[in-house]
Design a protein around this ligand. Structure first.
Ligand SMILES: *Cc1c(COP(=O)(O)O)cnc(C)c1O
Length: 370
């Protein structure tokens, strides 16, 4: 079979999405399913929608355009601030976008007027993680200006934590988001539909004892796809952590010493700490490398250790595993390894359908190439 290849189990993804939707429903919070780590795969987007997410979010307008071409139903939000140069395509493809700059909203307003549309705006507010966001003191003023612009509608506010600086969603910063919601509503004399509290890192807060108050939406990618909590990368109870796996094929299998010999200088990618002497070990080389996945983000079967990687080789200590040239090893990717593999043209993408005898069907093409 084609290798390296991602195998995506749609049944497990559906279970993960539905479980999170149901848990958050009890807290009055809806889910926006985030498809950016799977290149806006229409198949995965449709599974998320069937599992009860309210809408979809992606950071790349190219992915959103691909979903539209494949007739994915349901509202789609661009969750990265649009480029002014893409304003036209943004208003044609996405119902709503996340914004932090008035110049961008003005360009969206012009583009929406030309297209005869009304584009939704969610203003992102900075609550300390120092990636995107309007400073809280400036939010009311920006909201007033957006409220006055033609062909855009201020639909809500949102924030994003735990990305750039690892700032954790807490009772305090989430209460601040609710308070900001009320002050913007008072300033405009209009209700905000969407209060989007954050990403998968918000789950612990959302499912804990804190009152979600005005927060009524979370944008979930990693927790649905990988079943883990990005705050500490621990598995979330009741979710599959192996819905997506990466298989690669062995091209060399030999017993070799655990230490290199000869005069040692830099490796292909800088220096590497000297290996301990553990005697002779069974080593396998897989036909996959840093062009295919982030090797640091791969977890193999028990007893198999990744010793290193170059562009096209992944070197394993296979322990006692009985493997041979031509056989395959499967890994669970973390977010970084998943993103690399999804965007690598060298990695085939297969989905496992719930019907069709759960067999593998090659399914996903990169939107940029299609
Ligand atoms: C990527 C992203 C998300 C989804 O984050 P996960 O940790 O994958 O759930 C949500 N919101 C924004 C703005 C993002 O960029």
């Amino acid at each position: 079979m084609t290798a390296p290849r991602l195998e995506i189990d749609l049944g497990k993804l559906r279970h993960n999405a539905r479980t999170l939707v149901e848990r958050l429903q009890t807290r009055g919070i809806a889910v926006t399913g985030v498809t950016k780590a799977v290149c806006g795969s229409a198949e995965i987007a449709n599974v998320m929608l069937a599992a009860g997410v309210n809408g979809l979010g992606d950071s790349r307008v190219e992915n959103i355009a691909a979903m539209r071409r494949l007739r994915v139903p349901g509202p789609i939000t661009l969750i990265r601030s649009p480029m002014i140069s893409q304003a036209d395509v943004v208003v044609r493809c996405a119902e709503t976008s996340f914004n932090t700059e008035l110049d961008v909203v003005a360009a969206l307003s012009t583009a929406a007027a030309q297209a005869g549309r009304v584009h939704g705006i969610v203003l992102m507010v900075e609550l300390g993680d120092l990636r995107e966001g309007i400073m809280p003191a400036d939010l009311e003023g920006v909201a007033r200006q957006v409220h006055r612009m033609r062909n855009v509608q201020l639909r809500g506010i949102g924030t994003n934590l735990a990305c750039q600086s690892g700032v954790t969603p807490t009772m305090e910063n989430m209460a601040e988001l609710s308070a900001l919601t009320r002050s913007v509503e008072a300033a405009l004399g209009a209700a905000l539909q969407i209060v989007s509290g954050g990403n998968s890192a918000n789950l612990e807060w959302a499912l804990g004892r804190a009152d979600p108050d005005r927060v009524n939406d979370l944008r979930l990618g990693e927790s649905i796809l990988l079943g883990c909590d990005p705050l500490n990368r621990s598995p979330i109870a009741g979710l599959y952590t192996d819905a997506i796996t990466l298989a690669a094929e062995i091209i060399e299998f030999k017993v070799k010493p655990s230490q290199p010999w000869g005069k040692i200088a830099q490796t292909a990618f800088g220096s590497r700490p000297r290996a301990a002497d553990r005697g002779s070990k069974s080593r396998a080389i897989l036909a996959a490398g840093i062009q295919d996945a982030d090797p640091e983000g791969l977890t193999g079967p028990p007893g198999i250790e990744i010793l290193g990687a170059s562009s096209d080789h992944l070197i394993l200590d296979v322990g006692e595993a009985s493997l041979r040239v031509g056989s395959e090893v499967s890994f669970r990717p973390n977010y970084s390894a998943l993103v690399r593999a999804m965007t690598s043209p060298f990695v085939a993408k297969f989905v496992r359908h719930e019907d069709a005898g759960r067999q593998l069907v090659k399914a996903i093409e990169l939107p940029i190439a299609s």
